[in-house]
Every structure is written in C-alpha cells, then in structure tokens.
Write a protein that binds this ligand. Structure first.
Ligand code: APR
Length: 257
C-alpha cells in the first residue's frame, strides 16, 4: 500500500486539475451508515420512502422514516479526517472540485467550498406547493409531514428522490469536471446508482487517472481504477495528507536567526 500511496501522491501533486468524487463511504466514519453492504441503511429501511411517487402518496408515512434516517441520525454527524483532508487539498490548490452523492453537508462543514451536490442536500426543505425553501433547522419535525408557513403546502427534503431528475447545475458541473480533470479521486462509493456512477467512467474516457479509496472493490475497481488504495477513507486520506503536505520545517529547527 505504501508504494501505491507514494504513487498516488506524486500523481496528485503533478495534477493540473483533480476532482474528488465521493459517496456514502466517506461519511461512515462520521457515524452515518452507508446505504448498501452489511449494516447499510437499505438493510433496515425500505428505499421506497425515497421514491417520489410513494412520498407523494404517503408523505406522513415517508416522513416518519426520513426523519429517523436523515434528521435524527444525520443531525449529530461531524466531518471526519477524510472530509478535512479534501478541504485542505482544495485550500492548498490540489483539488479543483468535489462532486458528492452525499446529502449530509459534511463536506461544507469540513470547509470545502467548491462542491457539486449531485443528489442535493438534506439541510434544505422545499414546499411542494409554493416552492419556498427552508433551512431544516428552522422547521420543527415534531409533527410530520412538516408544512409551509406561507401556504400550508407539504415540505419535502430538498434532496433527489428516486424518480427525480438530478439538479441541472451540479449535473453540468460534474460533466465539465469529467471532461477537464486529469485525476479523479473516487472515495467511498459502490458506483451502483445511475446517473452519478457514469461520471467517473466519463472522466476516464477523457483521459483522467482514477485513484480509488475504498475498503472493498466497487463497480469501478476492475473497470477503470488505475490506483486502488484499499482501506478506510480516514486512514488512507491521512496517509496521503502526510505525503502531500510534509510538515513545514519548524522555524527553530532551521537555526536561521
Ligand atoms: N471508507 C471508505 N469507503 C467505505 C467505508 C469507509 N470507512 N465504509 C464503507 N465504504 C464503502 C463501501 O465499500 C461502499 O463501496 O462505501 C461504499 C458505500 O456504498 P453505497 O452505500 O452504495 O453508497 P453510494 O455509492 O454513495 O450510493 C449512491 O445510492 O441510495 C442512493 O442516493 C443514495 O447517494 C446514494 C447513492
């Protein structure tokens, strides 16, 4: 693994434009379960609650489960070392964009600013009637479904449900990143869900080197991954950070007055 980490570090340092492409796995060590795999959310909950037609038929029933998963649970999660290293890479000019499938807002809370949220964000609620938006923190979820203060319409989490279109802006940003990146850093995703999973394939077609971080192989690993850094996101990203940003020489050490 060490040689692979060193190889990945060299490629990232030489890269003109690197894009990070993240999935639920990067937030697992923040306490948010992934969707698939052992202990995944879809083992415990029926994904139908995130099907748009089901939600529209039974908003109250859907909201009971959505509240438990995405508000009671996600609410306490904090960014982990992997989110923080990506934010540092962006600050230090080694990361041009983060495309995330996650809706947990942890990249923003870690300090990343150039983010494309392919599936939206759970921190915003949208009125289905008048389209007014609310921050999730300003709406009580004691009684569900929550309703709009202006028109009484039902509020929906402003993230992409199954059967809903990907928001235009992040889609366009992701396509652009896929065409101009020379490195794609793919972290913590099975690559199961369309159309998000097409983005790394597109980047590969445009000549990007694919560096993947995951404890398990994914749908990308045997097909497009050039360097597979097998391991947990925090462990691998901390190793990369040490090589990408060798600690600045401490002033006292260099002895120059
Ligand atoms: N570090 C890195 N990766 C991890 C870790 C970890 N500590 N733990 C698990 N993983 C990996 C798993 O091996 C798996 O490949 O994270 C991935 C999680 O896969 P999914 O649960 O399928 O998550 P994701 O690929 O993001 O799902 C895409 O599916 O349900 C929809 O909208 C939802 O955005 C989500 C989309």
């Amino acid at each position: 693994m060490t040689d692979k980490i060193k190889e990945a570090t060299l490629i990232l340092k030489r890269s003109r434009f690197t894009t990070a492409f993240t999935g639920a796995g990067i937030s697992v060590e923040s306490g948010i379960p992934s969707f698939r795999g052992s202990g995944g959310l879809w083992e415990k909950y029926d994904p139908k609650v995130l099907d748009l037609n089901y939600f529209l038929k039974d908003p109250a029933g859907s909201w009971v489960v959505i509240k438990e998963i995405f508000y009671d649970f996600f609410g306490m999660a904090k960014p982990n070392a992997a989110h923080l290293v990506l934010a540092r890479m962006e600050r230090e000019g080694l990361l041009g964009r983060t495309i995330t499938q996650n809706i947990d807002n942890l990249h923003q809370e870690a300090g990343s600013a150039i983010i494309s949220e392919f599936h939206g964000n759970s921190k915003t609620l949208l009125c289905l009637q008048c389209h007014r938006k609310y921050r999730s923190g300003e709406i009580s979820l004691e009684h569900v479904p929550p309703t709009c203060r202006e028109c009484g319409g039902i509020l929906k989490p402003d993230f992409v449900f199954f059967g809903e279109a990907i928001p235009q802006l992040p889609l366009a940003e992701a396509y652009e990143a896929a065409t101009l990146s020379d490195v794609f850093l793919v972290i913590g995703t099975t690559g199961e869900v369309m159309p998000a999973n097409q983005i790394p394939f597109m980047a590969k077609e445009y000549g990007a080197t694919i560096i993947e971080v995951n404890p398990e192989p994914s749908n990308f690993t045997d097909k497009i991954t050039d360097i597979f850094l097998q391991g947990k996101a925090t462990e691998v990203m901390k190793k990369l950070e040490i090589l990408l940003f060798p600690a600045a020489l401490d002033d006292d050490q260099d002895g120059i007055d």
